[in-house]
Design a protein around this ligand. Structure first.
Ligand SMILES: Cc1cc2nc3c(=O)[nH]c(=O)nc-3n(C[C@H](O)[C@H](O)[C@H](O)COP(=O)(O)OP(=O)(O)OC[C@H]3O[C@@H](n4cnc5c(N)ncnc54)[C@H](O)[C@@H]3O)c2cc1C
Length: 413
């Protein structure tokens, strides 16, 4: 039986393991943490959003980024400290402005296709992940924002998305809990939201039931491609500092690298270039404990264009509010001055209590062209399904299927 190793148990690794197992492959997943979905796939914005498929490679993003550089509460922030990786990544990001149009349309198509797989999996495996199928509402504060949004909308529509302009009155009737007034909006009824962590954990359980082995607390230290497969070396990630960790090694017919921001280093070690940069983001989870807040918190998912903040209602008792993009390397500090704007925005927009707020930060595994990498490596039996950036929750169910096609071509079942 063909045995495939999957590196990483985030959303991309677990969807990959599931697709492979369903097809009949023997699968082993390696994860350095103790449980699935503890890294970037833990507490993201929750949006399954074809409407957010626009890639960021445009002049507007760069101009806004430069303007925001001095504001500590800006939605986009860059630590100007010199770093070859950061600046070369940004230069590559700028070069992809020419692909803005085609990549936005491609991403929209993938996001639409992904939904069908996600809903099917959730239903077949009976995974409860606080799915809300009430659409996503983009709100804009002025004419300039809305005029830009119309151009983006034309690309999303070309990609096959049904997304309609709405007036301030319509915004209020779609989501009555919103306190403010808006210039206008766009509403995408077919988009939805859910808890990425609950889904990934549920899917990992379904994988186990289908024979997938999960090796947790296992820090993969090297991948060695061979003519007839690959060798994976790993050690116990829980060994105390200074104590040599017990090493292990095993052979597989192939490996799929789904290691989030660590994928770049693994790619480099096997002679490939997967230029992922960790783009930091923050979320807060507002625990809604009082009855008034239950009724006053939004169920329809929102995207506030000028604040670049998204919301997702996760069941009756939680509201996720997420945003910000920070270019600051592998920094995972939860900064109070980056959390405060999320709390403030929540208070300004809804009449809900923010007494119980859980802050979180995660690193988006972002490619310079903002397109995930689903491909073979240059060495035999090495594959990638990684680099999903700001849309990994939305896109993983389809990229797992795309990856499966490559593996079945090379290792027919
Ligand atoms: C604030 C924020 C909001 C977001 N909002 C949305 C949203 O609304 N919608 C959306 O679609 N996407 C959103 N995203 C993006 C989405 O969350 C990510 O694209 C997705 O979670 C990435 O999943 P992944 O599996 O590729 O990476 P990860 O979840 O990081 O998984 C990679 C795994 O590899 C493991 N690993 C790494 N190195 C090793 C090693 N040496 N050995 C063993 N294991 C290893 C890690 O521990 C980790 O568990 C958001 C991201 C952030 C930060």
């Amino acid at each position: 039986m063909t045995h495939i190793a999957v590196l990483g148990a985030g959303i991309s690794g677990v969807t990959t393991a599931y697709s492979l197992a369903l097809k009949g492959y023997k699968v082993t997943v390696f994860e350095r943490l103790r449980y699935p979905a503890m890294d970037t796939s833990f507490a993201n914005g929750g949006q399954l959003s074809a409407c957010n498929a626009e890639v960021w490679n445009n002049i507007g993003t760069i101009v806004k980024g430069l303007k925001w550089m001095t504001r500590r509460d800006a939605p986009l922030l860059m630590n100007p400290k010199p770093s070859w990786h950061k600046y070369s990544w940004m230069a590559e990001f700028a070069r992809h402005i020419t692909n803005y149009r085609s990549n936005t349309i491609k991403t929209t198509r993938m996001a639409i296709a992904a939904r069908e797989h996600l809903f099917r999996i959730a239903e077949e495996e009976n995974i409860d992940f606080d799915l809300e199928r009430r659409g996503i509402l983009h709100v804009y504060h002025n004419a300039e924002e809305f005029e830009d949004a119309k151009k983006v909308n034309a690309l999303l529509v070309e990609g096959g998305l049904e997304r309609n302009p709405v007036t301030n009155e319509e915004i209020k009737s779609i989501e009555p809990s919103l306190k403010g007034d808006y210039y206008a909006g766009f509403y995408t009824p077919s988009d939805s939201t859910g808890d990425i962590h609950k889904f990934t954990v549920g899917l990992a359980k379904a994988c186990e039931a289908r024979g997938v082995t999960f090796t947790f607390d296992a820090e993969v230290s090297s991948i060695t491609p061979k003519e007839d497969g690959v060798r994976i070396d790993w050690h116990d990630a829980t060994a105390p500092a200074g104590v040599p960790a017990e090493g292990h090694s095993a052979n597989f017919d192939g490996v799929v690298i789904c290691a989030g921001c660590a994928s770049r280093k693994f790619a480099k070690s096997v002679g490939d270039r997967i230029n992922i940069y960790p783009v930091k983001g923050y979320s807060i989870t507002v625990n809604i404990n009082d009855e008034n807040s239950w009724h006053k918190a939004p169920y329809v998912s929102l995207l506030d264009e000028s604040a670049k903040i998204v919301t997702s209602r996760l069941g009756d008792k939680r509201l996720r509010v997420a945003g910000t993009a920070e270019y600051n390397g592998f920094n995972r500090d939860i900064r109070a001055d980056r959390i405060e704007p999320l709390v403030r925005w929540t208070r300004e927009n809804f009449e809900i209590e923010t007494e119980h707020v859980v802050p979180w930060t995660g690193l988006r595994p972002m490619m310079p062209d903002m397109m995930p990498r689903v491909q073979r490596g240059s060495k035999p039996n090495v594959y990638y399904n990684t680099g999903h950036g700001h849309l990994g929750w939305t896109l993983s169910p389809i990229t797992a299927e795309m990856l499966l096609e490559l593996v079945t071509h090379d290792h027919p079942i």
